[in-house]
Design a protein around this ligand. Structure first.
Ligand code: CAA
Length: 277
């Protein structure tokens, strides 16, 4: 039984919660190992999209655990970086999309884990940053690489060299996040949904929209985009061709195209739903 990772299955959507709120969900070795085990345990025959969030109302993830890193030797530091990198890479290349639902702090390893997800939705009080140089280290869970690829090398360098944290509107403006949502308040001023609830609700809604599409096609799109970005365009389009071809003769393709071609509305309802086949 995991101490710091929670997993809930809601239909085709799996919700992973990093649950160490007393330390603002900071990533120590145990959290990382439990996250790794949680990913390995996801039933991919019944899950089409994941949401990743942090417990509590204050923080998504406030970074790698500074207490754990303080006494590290060079070799131990490198090994800790590898541990995080291996798990974040597993998340990045996970067969199904992963949406980060970010409320509050996403600093250091928190920004890095969010960037390892396919899509980021944050609350309007979210704060992103790579403050590592202020701690005497570089970002160590992929921050130097993913921030430069996701925003731009110049902006990544500015944020990393200055250790400046940025708020949700700026994160949205530079393309670090896809969507910003606010807490919901009724006319009397009562909170209907906290920022954390609102961000998870928005992520689940997007996840359900993804889960309603043909799952084989969605998986192949993720693979095509991820793998195509690693190579030149001539090789990238070949990757797409293979994954495009791979969709044919599947039940999903027959159902998806059958839905379009079936003009009789009554009959359309009888077309089989998408299957993981
Ligand atoms: N590691 C370990 N513990 C952490 C932590 C972290 N990254 N971030 C927060 N905590 C702990 C605090 O030590 C504190 O614990 P205690 O109650 O036992 O004292 C608890 O969480 C609450 O934190 P604060 O009292 O500091 O809360 P705050 O509201 O005053 O400040 C904050 C919030 C600005 C996020 C502040 O906690 C902070 O600056 N945290 C560190 C952020 C950071 O530098 N992250 C990068 C880490 S390095 C990294 O991630 C390297 C990498 O790339 C792999």
């Amino acid at each position: 039984m995991a101490e710091f990772i929670l997993y809930e299955q809601e239909g085709f959507v799996g919700v992973i919660t990093i649950n160490r709120p007393k330390a603002l969900n900071a990533l120590n070795s145990q959290v990382l190992e439990e996250l790794d085990a949680c990913l390995d345990a996801v039933d991919l025959s019944a899950t089409r999209c994941l949401v990743l969030t942090g417990a509590g109302d204050k923080s998504f993830v406030a970074g790698a655990d500074i207490g754990e890193m303080f006494e590290c030797t060079k070799a131990e530091g490198e090994a800790f970086g590898k541990k995080g990198n291996d798990i974040f890479r597993k998340l990045e290349t996970f067969p199904i999309p992963v949406i980060a639902a970010v409320n509050g702090f996403a600093l250091g390893g928190g920004c890095e884990i969010a960037m390892s997800c396919d899509i980021r939705i944050c609350s309007d009080n979210a704060m992103f940053g790579q403050p590592e140089v202020g701690l005497g280290i570089t970002p160590g869970f992929g921050g130097t690489q993913r921030l430069a690829r996701l925003v731009s090398p110049g902006m990544a360098k500015q944020l990393i060299y200055t250790a400046r944290n940025i708020k949700a509107p700026e994160a949205y403006r530079i393309g670090l996040v896809n969507q910003v949502v606010a807490a919901e308040v009724d006319e009397a001023g009562n909170v209907v949904k906290t920022a954390q609830e609102a961000v998870v609700a928005a992520a689940k809604k997007m996840a359900a929209g993804i889960a309603a599409q043909a799952p084989i096609a969605v998986r192949n799109c993720k693979k095509a985009i991820n793998e195509g970005l690693q190579v030149d365009m001539d090789q990238a389009i070949v990757i797409e061709e293979k994954l495009f071809g791979d969709c044919f003769e599947t039940a999903d393709q027959k159902a998806g195209m059958g839905n379009f071609l079936e003009k009789d509305k009554e009959k359309k309802l009888k077309v089989v739903p998408f299957q993981n086949a």
